[in-house]
Design a protein around this ligand. Structure first.
Ligand code: FES
Length: 230
């Protein structure tokens, strides 16, 4: 586990209920990885917040925080953030794919590093979003569709060469996506207290048994996931 200290170097308001904080750091998570962040001093080892980058640079990354979240009280320009990570496995983009489909039902921000990477590689990026979000903050090159996810997926999944979802599909959508499930990665867990495989608080049931989201995920192929425990 890598421990480090990040420093907040910028705060950017987006929409009217959230902001992005830029953290200067020696350790930069790759798309698919996360950091454990601690915004205030405590001796309790599990008081960490799982944070996914929204964008990355060589010496910094940004995270998104809602104004109502406790962490927003502890972040200001220059403040320190204790970091553990990067944790988890990165997800590579398919080098032969020309397009990337992203799907989110709570907030799109955890998938934004994939959009950043795909756009840099010249790929087309389409985002299906079924939640309120300040869309004007997204890169204008991203094609965005909003609404209910099932009809949106029905209209878009057939052409998608690679898909990443921050949305765990139920039985109906799982069946719909079955023909392309090996090209879909799903973000499976957001509660990852230790990030190191120690607490077993992040187990995911897969076709090859129980796995730990913090070590082997947190993104898993949809084709590997089991819906029901046998
Ligand atoms: S978060 Fe503790 S084992 Fe995964």
């Amino acid at each position: 586990m890598r421990f480090s200290t990040g420093r907040c170097t910028d705060l950017i308001t987006i929409g009217n209920d959230r902001f992005q904080a830029k953290l200067h750091s020696d350790h930069i998570p790759l798309p698919g990885q996360f950091m454990l962040a601690r915004f205030w001093a405590t001796i309790y080892p599990y008081v960490n917040t799982v944070v996914f980058p929204t964008t990355t640079e060589s010496n910094s990354f940004t995270i998104e925080i809602k104004n109502e979240d406790q962490q927003s009280q502890n972040l200001s320009l220059g403040s320190k953030v204790e970091l553990i990570g990067p944790c988890g496995q990165p997800v590579s983009l398919n080098k032969t794919a020309r397009n990337l489909l992203l799907v989110a039902n709570t907030s799109p921000h955890k998938l934004l590093p994939f959009a950043q990477l795909a756009l840099t590689c010249g790929m087309d990026v389409t985002f299906l979003i079924s939640c309120k979000y300040p869309l004007e903050s997204l890169d204008p090159r991203i094609e965005v569709h909003t609404g209910e996810l099932k009809p949106l997926l029905e209209n878009h999944f057939e052409w998608a060469e690679q898909t990443l979802m921050d949305f765990k599909p139920g039985t109906i959508i799982h069946k719909l996506l079955d023909p392309i499930s090996s090209n879909i990665h799903v973000l499976c867990h957001l509660m990852m207290p230790c990030g190191a495989g120690a607490c077993h608080g992040c187990t995911v049931y897969t076709k090859s048994g129980w796995k730990l989201a913090c070590k082997q995920g947190p993104f898993f192929k949809l084709s590997e996931l089991k819906l029901e425990i046998e």
